[in-house]
Design a protein around this ligand. Structure first.
Ligand code: SF4
Ligand code: FES
Length: 252
């Protein structure tokens, strides 16, 4: 390698990858004010880093009062769903370079659930709807003496809906849920689907009746917001449609 090329490589390796990005965050502290406000933070960040890394820099180096949920930081626990530039995403799976860092990045709590502080919402109504659909295997009769067998085809029927991480990105992107928090919401239906279509389960009818309620699947207006929002790529709207069809045909 020539000296000029070596100098160029050295200069490039010394060049900082960091750029200045404005994080525009919706702040809310009920102990200070009943109104939420926007606050800007200038953050030095590598565009290959994630929004969650930027939030950590703010919390650890600039303002320790900034409040948000996160745990695994790798798209598994589902705790850091938030509205980033107006769209529900996981902060730990959103790269700065993918969301136009030349403009301020807006960060807000997910919609339709009560904001407790900054980006933290009250998840209880979301988890209540999840519990209501009985998200666990229900069988009758005696305990089996061997493993419950299932064909590959039968397993395939609900494979997509097993991927849910309960992040609430789907439910909190649904206009029906925004207008009326009584609606079960896409995530609860996805988790009902996971058991309704499981050949080993024996409570499909019960779950279908629960979702036949006035606040159940028929509230869905097929806007596909939920499918767009899902960080796991689950075909949420399709799952809801399959549950509706099962209610009509009683075949599942
Ligand atoms: S279906 Fe997708 S968006 Fe909805 S809670 Fe599950 S993982 Fe999150
Ligand atoms: S922190 Fe766990 S999914 Fe993002």
């Amino acid at each position: 390698m020539s000296t000029a090329t070596l100098d160029k490589v050295e200069a490039e390796s010394k060049a900082s990858p960091y750029i200045k990005v404005t994080f525009r965050i919706r702040r809310f502290n009920p102990e200070v004010s009943a109104e939420a406000t926007w606050q800007d933070f200038e953050v030095d960040i590598d565009p290959k880093e994630r929004v969650l890394d930027g939030l950590h820099k703010i919390k650890w180096d600039m303002d320790g009062t900034l409040t948000f949920r996160r745990s695994c930081a790798h798209g598994i626990c589902g705790s850091d769903a938030m509205r980033i530039n107006g769209r529900n995403r996981l902060a730990c799976k959103t790269l700065i370079k993918d969301i136009n860092p030349a403009k301020p990045i807006t960060i807000e709590p997910i919609k339709g659930l009560t904001v407790l502080k900054d980006l933290v919402v009250d998840m209880e109504p979301f988890f209540q709807a999840y519990r209501d659909v009985m998200p666990f295997l229900i069988t009758k009769g005696n305990e089996p003496t061997r493993e419950r067998l299932q064909s590959a085809e039968d397993r395939e029927r609900f494979d997509d809906t097993t991927k849910c991480i309960l992040c609430a990105a789907c439910t909190s992107s649904c206009p029906v849920f925004w207008n009326d928090g009584q609606y079960f919401g896409p995530a609860a239906i996805v988790n009902a689907h996971r058991f309704i279509f499981d050949s080993r389960d024996e409570a499909g009818e019960q779950r279908l009746e629960i979702l036949n309620d006035k606040d159940g699947v028929w509230r869905c207006r097929t806007t596909f917001n939920c499918t767009d929002a899902c960080p796991r790529g689950i075909e949420v709207t399709k799952a809801i449609q399959e549950v509706k069809r099962a209610l009509i045909t009683r075949r599942f």
